[in-house]
Every structure is written in structure tokens, then in C-alpha cells.
Design a protein around this ligand. Structure first.
Ligand SMILES: Cc1cc2nc3c(=O)[nH]c(=O)nc-3n(C[C@H](O)[C@H](O)[C@H](O)COP(=O)(O)OP(=O)(O)OC[C@H]3O[C@@H](n4cnc5c(N)ncnc54)[C@H](O)[C@@H]3O)c2cc1C
Length: 276
């Protein structure tokens, strides 16, 4: 309790000014936002973290919502990706921000959260559905910067991205370009309701994650199923050569956990962020 109270006292509230907003999927009503923070030159954070936005609702009650930072750290600038939620308070408020004239203000604090790449860096399976792509985009921009040295250390990185329709594959061009530039980055979009002419992957993310795990184990000559971790073993020092990072709504997160537990993965190898 005391720690919590201290944390609140130490919060620094900042004003984020909207620089640009555009709709990236009409069907899903998803928007991409560029913000610049006032009064700070720098906004350091670890890719995968989120920012908390605050506003008063109609009854004057303060509401706080978390939004993953969708870009890598860059001076006092950050980007968000969010979709409207039916009957939702904050998502619709942000989606309705006027983009002309620019400069609408949002009160925020952060960065927050522990959904970050584990160290030392290992092979990584990034799994996202919907706007769960936001923290993955931040991690990928950091691992494979457009200007600057590659930070991936040659580790294999898969992005398994599930949506219903191709119109909801946010940032598709960026990820395709990234995969073309880096042979150790693999972009695997999968549609659960793809049209007949969709030639890519179909079905749910967990099916493709399972295939990655099995193919990789075979390629490396490792057992596909590792012995289930002993809960009595102290988890402080385990060594892993791969992690999975999953972000989205609970049913997907649960499916990914179940899928990887089936292969004997340790719970610390599975890093998750739930949006609901
Ligand atoms: C760590 C973290 C990071 C997040 N990052 C993002 C992000 O980058 N982009 C993003 O779009 N969202 C993100 N979210 C979800 C976000 O914080 C809000 O929950 C979401 O925008 C809905 O808020 P709202 O005020 O509009 O809806 P509310 O007024 O809180 O809820 C309205 C109704 O919608 C339901 N609901 C709440 N959240 C969702 C949801 N995500 N999808 C469907 N139904 C929902 C509620 O159960 C309720 O019935 C994140 C959540 C967490 C915890």
C-alpha cells in the first residue's frame, strides 16, 4: 500500500500534443497517432512499454487507460495505435480528437509496464492480434532500426499476426519491407476469415506458433517437447534460447500459453500483455 501511494506521488503528468492522426483501417476503425510531449526533450522508454492517458468522464470522474507505445524511443515523440470500442470512453475520445488544427492535448504519465524483450536477447516469437501489434512495432523498430546499427544480434524473430480480414493487417507494408531487408525477421500474417484469393496463412495464431516451435526444434536438432519445468526448481536462473511475447485479448493469450506449455516451455519464456 505504502509503495503504491509513493508511486502515485512520484507520477509526473505530461501533456502530449497530437501532431498527426490517420485511420489505418476503416472496417476496424483503427487509428494511428503521432504525439509530441511538451516540456521534455526526451521520453526514454523500453520498447513494449505503455503510456497511461487520463481524462475526466462526463460525471467528472478521472479515467485512466493504458496504450502501448507503438514506436521506438525517439526524443520526445511517440506513436499509438488504437481502435474504437463500442460504448467505450477513452478509445472513442482519442479517435475523435480533431487532427485539424493540430495540437489537441492529452494528459499522460509513464512509461509503464514490463512487457519488454528479456535479456539476454534470444530468438523471439512475437504474437499479436488486432491493436496488440502496437508494442511489437516498437520492439521491431528498436531491433531493426532504419537508421542505425541492427540490434537483433542475428537472433531469429518471428511476427505472427492474426486478424480476421486483410484490411486489419496494420502496418503490413512496413513489416513486409522489414522482412525483405532482414533475413532473420519473419513476418507471418494469418487471416481467420481470409477471402478466396488470399494466398497467405489462414487460421489462428497458435497453430502457426506451434509450427515455428516444431520446425525450429527439428532444425536445431532439439527435442520438440522439452521436459515440463519442475515448479519446485527455483526459477531465478533458467537459461532459455527462445521467448514468446504475446499481446492482445485474453482468449488469444490463453491459447498461446496452452500451446507453449504443451511443448514444455517454462512460464518465464512466455511474456504476455492483456488488453482486456
Ligand atoms: C497494458 C495495456 C496496453 C493497452 N494498449 C492498447 C493499445 O495499444 N491499443 C488499443 O487499442 N488498446 C489498448 N489497450 C486497451 C485500452 O487500455 C482500453 O481498454 C480500450 O481502449 C478500451 O477503453 P475504452 O475507455 O474505450 O472502453 P471502456 O469504456 O473501458 O469499456 C467499454 C466496453 O468495452 C469493453 N472493452 C474494453 N477494452 C476493450 C478492448 N480492448 N477490446 C474490446 N472491448 C473492450 C469493456 O469490457 C466494456 O464493455 C491496452 C490495455 C492495456 C491493459
Amino acid at each position: 500500500m505504502a509503495t503504491h501511494a509513493r508511486h502515485i506521488l512520484e507520477r509526473t503528468f505530461l501533456t502530449a500534443r497530437l501532431v498527426h492522426k490517420h485511420c489505418i483501417s476503416r472496417s476496424a476503425q483503427t487509428y494511428h497517432f503521432d504525439f509530441v510531449l511538451e516540456d521534455v526533450a526526451d521520453f526514454p522508454f523500453v520498447p513494449g512499454q505503455f503510456i497511461s492517458a487520463i481524462a475526466e468522464d462526463r460525471s467528472g470522474r478521472e479515467q485512466t487507460r493504458a496504450y502501448s507505445l507503438a514506436s521506438a524511443p525517439a526524443a520526445n515523440h511517440f506513436e499509438l495505435c488504437l481502435n474504437r470500442v463500442e460504448g467505450g470512453f477513452f478509445s472513442n475520445r482519442l479517435a475523435d480528437l480533431p487532427d485539424v488544427p493540430i495540437g489537441a492535448a492529452v494528459r499522460v504519465f509513464g512509461p509503464n509496464g514490463f512487457f519488454t524483450l528479456r535479456e539476454p536477447l534470444t530468438d523471439s516469437i512475437l504474437v499479436a492480434t488486432g491493436t496488440g501489434i502496437a508494442p511489437m512495432r516498437s520492439m521491431l523498430q528498436w531491433l531493426f532500426p532504419q537508421n542505425g546499427p541492427d540490434r537483433s544480434q542475428g537472433k531469429q524473430t518471428w511476427l505472427v499476426y492474426g486478424t480476421r480480414h486483410a484490411t486489419e493487417l496494420y502496418y503490413r507494408d512496413e513489416f513486409e519491407a522489414l522482412a525483405a531487408r532482414h533475413s532473420n525477421f519473419h513476418y507471418l500474417p494469418t487471416l481467420s476469415r481470409g477471402p478466396a484469393d488470399w494466398t497467405g496463412l489462414r487460421g489462428y495464431v497458435q497453430d502457426h506458433v506451434a509450427k515455428i516451435v516444431e520446425d525450429r526444434a527439428k532444425r536445431l536438432g532439439q527435442p520438440v517437447h522439452t521436459p515440463a519445468s519442475d515448479p519446485a526448481t527455483p526459477a531465478a536462473q533458467p537459461h532459455f534460447d527462445i521467448h514468446a511475447y504475446a499481446c492482445g485479448l485474453s482468449p488469444m493469450i490463453i491459447s498461446i500459453r496452452d500451446c507453449l506449455k504443451h511443448y514444455g516451455w517454462h512460464r518465464r519464456q512466455i511474456v504476455t500483455e492483456r488488453y482486456d
